[in-house]
Structure formats: structure tokens, C-alpha cells
Design a protein around this ligand. Sequence first.
Ligand code: SAM
Length: 200
Amino acid sequence: MTDAFDDATLRFYRGNAAAYAERKPAGGTLARFLGEMPAGGRILELGCGAGHHAEAMLAAGFDVDATDGSPEMAAEASRRLGRPARTLLFHQLDADAAYDGVWAYACLLHVPRDELGGVLGRIHRALKPGGLFYASFKSGEAEGRDKLARYYNYPSEDWLRARYAEAGPWTALTVERSEGKGFDQELASFLHVSARKPAA
Ligand code: SAM
């Protein structure tokens, strides 16, 4: 597949990794995700940022593969975790039936619209049968940039459901909404999507 990242967005994270590391992300949905995971299960984290969520997963006894497309961010996460986090761009994921869960908090929202279906397909393939996938997005109607020049796909729920449907069969696909502030301190509306790959 073609490259599924936005240059200006990645540059932003590469240049602001240290500042990002000082900010604890929201993550009210993490406990529920972990509660639905087999004990000690293998979790792939995409766009792990400075590793706050991976740290909580490790503390809860999970086997975590923490990854981020920014080498500087992966270095911040490695420092926090005391073990290597990998540099991985979403479109480079080529695992097959390797993970019990994939956690992608506030990161796939940066995938260019045309590329999102392909990235979701790679995530579907990376999950074991019965595996659980969580991702969050900032909702909207059309792609755009925030005041920090970061690209967002800003999906509606219907548009997002169509991209998931393209990527493969899912069971129990749910979309929940919340309001919150991101790094830019602007109030935004979030979509939280949980989906399970059908059991074999
Ligand atoms: N999940 C972390 C959190 O909640 O703190 C970080 C979220 S931050 C808003 C988005 C992250 O996605 C950044 O760490 C950035 O480097 C990463 N990212 C952006 N585009 C990416 C891509 N194409 N492939 C992999 N990671 C990417």
C-alpha cells in the first residue's frame, strides 16, 4: 500500500516528543479494554506516544508491543517503559494473527482518509481470531488541520463504519462518544470504536 502518513503531522510529533511526554493522556476507555482481554494477553499499541498507556498495560501484566511512527516518541516511550518501544508507521504493520488486542488511542485520526481502510485491514490481519481492537478519533464531516498544522481525518460515525466494513468482518462493533481537550487545548468530540475480529 502507499504511505499512509501525513508529513507535517509526523514532523510535529518528532519535534514535540519531549513536551508530549510531560502530558498524561486521557484514557478512561483503557480499563474496559484490558478487562475484555485474556490475562497476560499480547497487545499491540499503535501510536503509543510517550508510552503512558503501555506503562499501565505492563503494570497490569500484559505482554505489550509498544510502537510509534516517530522515532523521538518511541525513544520517550522506551525511557518510560525501561524496554524498547519500536518505530513503526501504521502502513508498515504486516503481522498476521499475532495479537489478542490492538490499542490505537488518538492516533489513527491522523491517517489520510484514502488510506484508513487499508490501515484498518492491516490491523484486522494482525489480530488473532477473537482479538479486540480499540481506536479513537476526533469526529467531524471532512478532513482538515488543527491550529498546530496536524492533519485529521475527522470522520462521521457513518463514514467510519464504512471504512471498518471495508477492512474485514467484525463482531460487536460499538461506537461511543465523549467530549475532551487534546494537546491543542481545543474542545473536541471523540468517537471511541471497539470491534472484535470474529473467532475462528
Ligand atoms: N496514543 C498516545 C497518547 O494517547 O498519548 C499518542 C497520541 S498522539 C495524539 C498521536 C501519535 O500518533 C503520535 O505519537 C504520533 O507520532 C503517532 N503517529 C502519527 N502518525 C503516525 C503514523 N502514520 N504511524 C505511526 N504513528 C503515527
